[in-house]
Design a binder for this molecule. Sequence first.
Ligand code: ES4
Ligand code: ZN
Length: 332
Amino acid sequence: TLPTEWQNFFSEFPKAELHCHLLGTTSRETFIDLVRDSGAPVSMEEIEGFYTRGEKPVGVLRIFRALEAHILRKPEYLKRIAIEHMACVSKQGVRYIEFFWNWTGLKHFMTFEAAQRAICEGLREGEARYGVIGRLVPSIDREATPEDAVELVSEMIAHREPESIGLGIDYRETNHEPENFWKAYFMARDAGFHITAHAGEFGEHWRNVETAIDLLKCERIDHGYTIIDNPELVQHAKLLNMPFAVVPTNSYYLRTFTDEEWAQKHPIRRMHEMGLKLFPNSDDPTMHHIRISESWYLMFNFLGFTLADLRAMVENSIDAAWVTDAEKAEWK
Ligand code: ES4
Ligand code: ZN
């Protein structure tokens, strides 16, 4: 564990969290509460299992599916999860947070409009109570169809909320290529939404990163690790000043690295050495057993970044945040 003074240091400096999934912030206590309240057929043993195994990314996706299929029956649950996580990160220096959230798997329980309204109410309440600015990034479930993605974006356009500012894409990358979702992305961009995409996370080819940048025209990339296999693409991303929202606890490469190799060859280190613009995030904090302050600490302690590097990464995260220039000027 972290010595107190370091814990304080990594919790105190102001930071932005731009890559976390709303469901992946659910605390164990709330998970249990929601299972009880909803009467969902999920046992205590299963819940304990979810929270104690230290799930790898693909395992976390199973938990998401259980939440979507059985547990998250009411929009107010989503609101509760958002407010609770804003309370949690407000103690870790987070001043601005964007949540990814998938509607497609919850369609059987609630309309997009009702769900989005509840979450955005939560973001407003979280800001009022804890002083953290909260934004929502509805996200394409790429295990569903391109038509589902178009439906999601149609709903975003039909039911605008000021906090709901962009489009993402997540869930399993393997065999779910980003180009399949070009139409939803074009619609979102035309309608003035910001766009980002999970790409190059699961050890796929760098092609998905290229597609996210050049076809989908993303302003930001989530993960993006496979880009290190293509120096020309790295050069291209640098010329575009493309920010990468990376996650030190979540990378395909973790499965094959030993601890010593981790610090040397981790793609996040390689990305930095190649000159890419990046900053750390937490992804699914309660399920990866990582707090946002600890993911900054991991960058320092395990990945060997200096405090000057981290200082620059704070700037990167602010630059990459989807706020107006006037709001940014106020923070800096
Ligand atoms: C996710 Cl691709 C991915 N990684 C982590 N958490 C997620 N939730 C939904 N998709
Ligand atoms: Zn993610």
